[in-house]
Design a protein around this ligand. Structure first.
Ligand code: PBG
Ligand code: ZN
Length: 327
């Protein structure tokens, strides 16, 4: 093998033009999906303390917020709803209300931006009084009784005009139940993006503050995947493929890039990563302490997600695309 002094890798790095020619490009804006939080009210854009740059928007304001995002080339959102707390109940029934916060937001977004790709998070935790992602009976988070609620919710989002639904409750069989329910309504074009490999992670803290959806008691370890079991992580995605998912997801993103790579190799389905709230907040916290350059850190971590095999990047950086990626 030829080595130094014949071989000098620094030749390939000598100028910015050479580096730009040889480097893998950052993912373009069209590969980003922006998670947005929608609440009741009018004229409201309430800053989320734990997630600087993110807001809880009333429906009129979320429509306004899309303008610069669309102009930057980001063409897709993932909608999360914050219902009126008075509507929360044991089973999260309000999640499937055709006049619920998500359903109204989807209609408003689609009527203002018909070409915007609108996906919705399908879960019960923001709608249940106890904050768990499924129905509770006798102190147990029940799998099968949760499925109908999730399916009804997904159908109501699709009927409101969502291009895609993204179930995140991690109940077994949820993808099949939703696919079935969509088919019964002849909603054949609705994309089902499963949160297929969603870990019980400690990186969701800022989101739970944003959504006010932390479980009142206990944690989510009996339904979300254990991060220390690779086989289960892979089986989760495999089963969702069998149940009819159109797209898969790994969540969180940065600690699980090996799994992203493996899932992309095994299943040739579009694969999303969810660059979660804790990953967002940790970059900001470091930058605020003067310990790192925010844009540089975000670019480096974003490129890593694409390199691992992510096709779609669900990220809170998406509404700051120009500032961070095109500066
Ligand atoms: C709830 C849900 C969570 C996230 C997306 N959907 C939180 C959780 O599972 O506790 C996390 C998103 C983030 O941290 O950015 N089903
Ligand atoms: Zn949930």
């Amino acid at each position: 093998m030829n080595t130094f002094p014949d071989v000098r890798l620094r030749r390939l790095r000598r100028t910015p033009q050479l580096r730009a020619m040889l480097n893998q490009a950052l993912p373009g804006p069209e590969r980003f999906m922006w998670p947005v939080f929608v609440r009741e009210g009018e004229g409201v854009a309430e800053p989320i303390d734990s997630m600087p740059g993110q807001f809880r928007y009333s429906i009129d304001k979320v429509v306004d917020a899309i303008a610069p995002v669309w102009a930057s080339g980001v063409k897709s959102v993932l909608v999360f709803g914050l219902p009126d707390p008075a509507t929360k109940d044991e089973c999260g029934n309000a999640a499937a209300d055709s006049a619920g916060i998500v359903q109204r937001a989807v209609r408003a977004l689609k009527s203002a931006y018909p070409e915007l790709v609108v996906f919705t998070d399908v879960c019960l935790c923001a709608y249940t009084s106890h904050g768990h992602c499924g129905v509770i009976r006798n102190g147990n988070i029940e799998n099968d009784p949760s499925l109908q609620h999730l399916a009804n919710t997904a159908v109501s989002h699709a009927l409101a005009g969502a291009d895609g639904v993204a179930p995140s409750a991690m109940m077994d069989g949820q993808v099949a139940a939703i696919r079935d329910a969509l088919a019964k309504e002849e909603l054949h074009d609705t994309i089902l993006m499963s949160y297929s490999t969603k870990f019980a992670s400690s990186m969701y803290g800022p989101f739970r503050d944003a959504e006010q959806s932390a479980p009142q008691e206990g944690d989510r370890q009996s339904y979300q995947a254990p991060y220390a079991d690779l086989d289960q992580a892979l089986r989760e995605s495999e089963l969702d493929v069998a149940e009819g998912a159109d797209m898969l997801m790994v969540k969180p993103a940065l600690f699980y890039l090996d799994i992203v790579h493996q899932i992309k190799q095994r299943h040739r389905l579009p694969l999303a990563v969810y660059n979660v709230s804790g990953e967002y907040a940790m970059h900001i916290a470091m930058a605020e302490r003067g310990w790192g350059d925010l844009n540089a850190m975000v670019r480096e971590s974003t490129l890593a997600m694409a390199r691992a095999g992510a096709d779609i990047i669900i990220s809170y950086w998406a509404n700051q695309y120009e500032k961070i990626f095109q500066d």
